[in-house]
Ligand binder design. Structure first.
Ligand code: UDP
Ligand code: MG
Length: 327
């Protein structure tokens, strides 16, 4: 009999003590239903401050499919996803949130599509944002409009990080070793054939969202800087535009002086121009600074995440205890 294929499920967890039991119950139901494949669950504990790690250890002892990587501190969802993908051994890999906003019930269909149709990944997008604060939806929509105008990589609105990919695409995603990661963009950048499934937004089963407005705002800047250099072009364009205006004004002033002998009057207009130009200059320097800071972080080549312990450590501990008993 052929060996069964393996699906790795990567689950980034930050303070998810309340939700992991729900997630685990649901995912093992699906694993049972899909008994024609093997599963491994890779929980990435992203420096949780609650008891998430104890729960993950418990799962790892009880279920050999459950593995975990625990970070030395909170690194963020992006590094957590990267670590999970790096650790995964599956022929197929899926990334799923711990809060059940990514319905595990879609997995059989996703796997089926990859097996029978000519696709490398099946991705998901929400076609509603019900249950989300209105202001968040508004800015999310605005962000997608903007990024799709200024970036060559097409970003799909409402796209989730939840997708099932084959090994080829997973390795491609892992080959992008950048420090400032925006995985949704990386998925699009690597290309490959992706089928999109749509579903209605589901609210998290328990606990609270880890992304407040400010964090999301910074995340969207991350994306713009990682996937577009349009702001730099805009800064240069503003520079050229105002130099041009200044040039025309100089000529106009000279002509006025020579022809009508009128000397310039009024400092308010001068002040306004100085303020406007000053503002634009500082803005442009700020834009440059953003790119520079990201480049600075990239050139440092710091690791994307640091591991404190994994399920292998507790297995080692168990082994040591057994050996001690026999001595
Ligand atoms: N997450 C993480 N590190 C962080 C923030 C979030 O690993 O610093 C995980 C979190 O535990 C969850 C997923 O990322 O599994 C999505 O987070 P959340 O549900 O809070 O985001 P939302 O769905 O509200 O956008
Ligand atoms: Mg969520």
């Amino acid at each position: 009999m052929n060996k069964k294929e393996l699906i790795s499920i990567v689950v980034p967890c930050y303070n998810e003590y309340e939700t992991i039991p729900f997630f685990y119950t649901e995912i093992i139901k699906i694993a049972e239903q899909m008994n024609y494949v093997d599963f491994e669950f890779i929980f990435v504990n992203d420096g949780s401050k609650d008891n998430t790690i104890a729960l993950l250890k418990e799962l790892a002892i009880k279920d050999e499919r459950a593995r975990f990587i625990s970070f030395s501190r909170n690194f963020g969802k992006e590094p957590a996803m990267f670590a999970g993908l790096q650790t995964s051994k599956g022929d197929y890999v899926a990334i799923m949130d711990a809060d059940l906003q990514d319905p595990p019930a879609l997995l059989p269909e996703m796997y089926n599509t990859l097996k029978t149709e000519d696709y490398d990944s099946v991705a998901t997008r929400r076609n509603t944002r019900k249950g989300e604060p209105l202001i968040r939806s508004f800015f999310a929509k605005l962000f997608y409009k903007l990024i799709n105008k200024i970036s060559e990589t097409e970003m799909i609105e409402g796209a989730r990080d939840f997708r099932l990919m084959n090994r080829k695409m997973t390795d491609a995603v892992l080959s992008l070793q950048e420090y400032n990661r925006f995985t949704k963009g990386i998925f699009c950048w690597v290309g490959y054939k992706t089928k999109w499934l749509e579903y209605k937004n589901i609210e998290r089963v328990a606990g609270k969202t880890k992304f407040n407005f400010w964090k999301l705002f910074k995340y969207s800047l991350e994306c713009i800087i990682a996937f577009s250099t349009a702001p730099l072009v805009l800064a240069s364009f503003l520079g050229i535009f105002f130099t041009f205006i200044a040039f025309i004004s100089i000529i106009a002033l000279i002509v006025r002086e020579l022809v009508w002998h009128v000397s310039a009057a009024g400092w308010p207009s001068t002040m306004v121009v100085i303020l406007l130009l000053g503002g634009i200059q500082i803005f442009s320097i700020g834009v440059l600074g953003q790119y520079l800071s990201k480049t600075y972080l990239e050139t440092k080549k710091r690791p994307i995440y640091l591991v404190r312990e994994t399920e292998k450590d507790i297995k080692k501990e168990e082994q040591n205890q057994k050996e001690e008993r026999f001595e």
